[in-house]
Ligand binder design. Structure first.
Ligand SMILES: Cc1cc2nc3c(=O)[nH]c(=O)nc-3n(C[C@H](O)[C@H](O)[C@H](O)COP(=O)(O)OP(=O)(O)OC[C@H]3O[C@@H](n4cnc5c(N)ncnc54)[C@H](O)[C@@H]3O)c2cc1C
Length: 181
């Protein structure tokens, strides 16, 4: 099973200046080898890589430990095999990828903010309702969208116009339409 390490920041473990970082396979490390870093991030999925990138250009040395390899590896992926009790749900093992990049290796690349509605309690949805509002996340959404280079949010009507089609004749009070990026 491969263990990749991505080092970001000012220096690599070998002490050479390398602002881009390096990737190593821990399987190839000699016994007793160790890695020292200021910050250790576990998992090189969208979340882990984004957090690690925040430290680029700083003096801090960051190590990201990823349980998967550069390519899919059945032995590593097997660790996500789970027993599902209750309703069938294949996503717990098939919808998560153990590989550098994590589940972004499977995703559709669609980016869409949650709606205000998603945070509200709905009597017909058990355990619904979040202790925070959508607005509390807005500044984080803006930051994440900048990282993803998503550009400006396009109103649905403008998207239709850009394709030369009429928007569906639903009232916005009844149907809320938003474009993902
Ligand atoms: C088919 C599909 C399509 C999708 N489409 C979209 C989409 O269009 N838009 C969207 O927003 N989202 C989409 N998603 C969801 C999205 O891909 C995930 O929400 C997102 O990638 C999760 O990122 P993450 O970093 O939190 O976790 P992950 O991507 O799961 O990354 C976690 C990483 O940590 C590693 N890891 C776990 N445990 C350890 C450990 N103990 N030690 C070392 N490493 C470890 C794993 O190997 C993995 O690489 C889709 C998902 C699927 C399955």
């Amino acid at each position: 099973m491969a263990r990749s390490a991505v080092y970001t920041g000012h220096r690599t473990v070998h002490g050479q200046s390398n602002p881009q970082g390096i990737i190593d396979d821990f399987n190839k490390f000699a016994d007793g080898n160790s890695v020292a870093a200021d910050i250790c991030v576990i998992g090189a999925g969208a979340a882990g890589i984004t957090i690690a990138r925040e430290f680029l250009g700083t003096q801090l040395k960051v190590v990201v430990l990823e349980g998967g390899g550069l390519d899919p590896e059945p032995d590593s992926q097997e660790l996500f095999e789970s027993e599902v009790i209750g309703l069938p749900h294949a996503g717990v093992h098939d919808g998560r990828a153990r590989i550098l990049g994590g589940t972004t290796s499977l995703w559709g690349g669609q980016a869409l903010r949650f709606d205000t509605f998603d945070f509200e309690e709905r009597s017909w949805v058990p355990y619904s309702g979040w202790p925070i509002s959508r607005e509390a996340l807005d500044s984080y959404y803006e930051r994440a969208e900048r990282i993803l280079h998503l550009g400006a949010q396009l109103p649905f009507e403008r998207l239709c116009a850009s394709f030369g089609i009429e928007p569906p004749a639903f009232g916005t009070a009844k149907l809320c339409m938003e474009c993902s990026r």
